[in-house]
Design a protein around this ligand. Structure first.
Ligand code: PHE
Ligand code: NA
Length: 436
């Protein structure tokens, strides 16, 4: 069965894919792992992974989705079969669906924290509060299972309600309005940080590259995050690609999405680190980074209560548009077996919800899910997708499906997909296993 629904235009697709890409990965995770892995050199490796691995794989994912016009499992097995190759390639899609489920488990918990900070902002919990008390606020939240349980459940429920209604209706429109506002707020925070933070210390931390600080684990995490932040390696972008209008150019679209995602992550980091250094916080303090630095900014800002409320609401919405794409591949797949969309959505989300509860009670579960998905499952999925498109499918058929002509752009992509991406991923894996 194929779908004939397409996004209204290339731009709507860009917005939806950007909605998937831009999320907690940019605003919460990127700054805090940059802090943990020492700054500049880590950022540089991350940027190189986006360019040399992420972008080529993203083009491949959208191409497969558009050519297959189905969920990731069926798109991949169908394309494989059509070229006389094995239909077992569908298994890559299945592993991706599992990865999406596992990511959703901890993602919804963090999104729940953001919701809690909406409530905190409204009640003025961090207004005129010293930095150490603001830090204590976050620890208090981590200690409260019931509070986390509440917000995590709310987030799962909202996500499921939207996905149950079908993806093409809601997402495009909301992203269209909210992304620019979110970006505007990040610029506001950047301005605050510039005026009130130790801006130059922040910039030095983020952009001075000292490769002696770079462990092999840092390289693995940088690559894993490139996949995570662009929503790659698990079929989210592939599933959206199924609705990509038939004739538009994939290459330019992908560059736009990757650029937006990268700029938002960098701006988030540049808004937070100057505040870290001005308030004697440590850059490597972990997952609480955003929930400590930004309230410090809002607590001292005129209108901080209002701005804080809106900002954390926007972060929650950005998380929502990403979470939707985490479960969409699985839901689309279940639908193919005749299970009604609302039923498949709510059962799928229920599993993620239960996993999230485990994350709330056991920090190790949270960390393990985060680590395994981003650093192992997504890069592995990306590797398989690169091998599928770059090696299992034939060049003429890929060239036809991807619609980038046969010029220099196509040739660069084809080279990156066949050589740079797979070799890079494998080398980084081996390196982190201390095999090379
Ligand atoms: N890209 C999202 C973010 O940065 C997370 C995500 C990963 C979404 C994988 C979908 C698939 O927050
Ligand atoms: Na992202």
């Amino acid at each position: 069965m194929t779908t004939n629904i397409t996004w209204k235009s290339r731009w709507t697709f860009i917005l939806a894919a950007t909605g998937s890409a831009v999320g907690l990965g940019n605003i919460w995770k990127f700054p805090y792992i940059t802090g943990e892995y020492g700054g500049g050199a880590f950022v540089l490796v991350y940027l190189a992974c986006i360019l040399l691995i992420g972008i080529p794989v993203m083009i491949a994912e959208i191409m497969v989705g558009r050519a297959g016009r189905s969920d990731p499992v069926h798109s991949m097995s169908k394309l494989g079969k059509a070229e006389g190759k094995s239909s077992n390639w569908g298994a890559v899609g299945a592993i991706g669906i599992l990865a999406g489920l596992m990511i959703m488990m901890f993602y919804s918990v963090v999104a729940g924290w953001a919701l809690d900070y909406v409530a905190q902002s409204i009640s003025g919990a961090y207004l005129d509060t010293p930095a150490d008390a603001i830090e204590a606020n976050f620890s208090q939240l981590l200690g409260s299972h019931s509070q986390q349980f509440l917000w995590h459940s709310v987030f799962c429920l909202v996500t499921a309600s939207i996905v149950a209604g079908g993806v093409t209706n809601g997402i495009g429109k909301s992203v269209d309005i909210l992304m620019p506002i979110l970006f505007g707020f990040l610029l506001l925070l950047l301005g605050y940080s510039w005026i009130n933070g130790d801006f130059s210390a922040g910039l030095h931390f983020m952009f001075d590259t000292d490769f002696s600080k770079l462990s092999s684990e840092a390289v693995l995490v940088a690559m894993g995050h490139a996949f995570f932040t662009l929503s790659l390696g698990m079929g989210a972008i592939m599933a959206y690609g199924a609705y990509f209008p038939g004739t538009s150019s994939i290459g330019k679209t992908v560059l736009t999405i990757a650029a937006l995602d990268t700029v938002i992550a960098l701006v988030a980091g540049m808004a937070m680190f100057p505040l870290v250094f001005a308030n004697d916080l440590t850059p490597g303090q972990g997952p609480g980074l955003m929930f400590v630095t930004l309230p410090i900014a809002f607590s001292n800002m005129t209108g901080g209560q209002f701005f804080g409320t809106i900002f954390f609401a926007l972060v929650s919405i950005a998380a929502l548009s990403s979470a939707i794409s985490l479960i969409e591949p699985g839901v689309a797949w279940l639908e193919k077996y005749g299970i009604k969309r609302p039923v498949s959505t709510f059962s799928f989300t229920a599993i993620a919800w239960l996993g999230g509860i485990a994350c709330i009670f056991y920090g190790e579960v949270f960390n393990a899910l985060d680590y395994i998905t981003a650093n192992i499952m997504l890069p592995l999925g990306g590797l398989m997708i690169a091998l599928f498109v770059g090696r299992a499918l034939s060049r003429p058929s890929v060239s036809e499906h991807v619609g980038m002509g046969d010029g220099i752009l196509f040739k660069c992509w084809w080279f990156a997909l066949r050589y740079l991406a797979p070799v890079g991923i494998v080398l980084i894996f081996f390196n982190s296993l201390k095999l090379i």
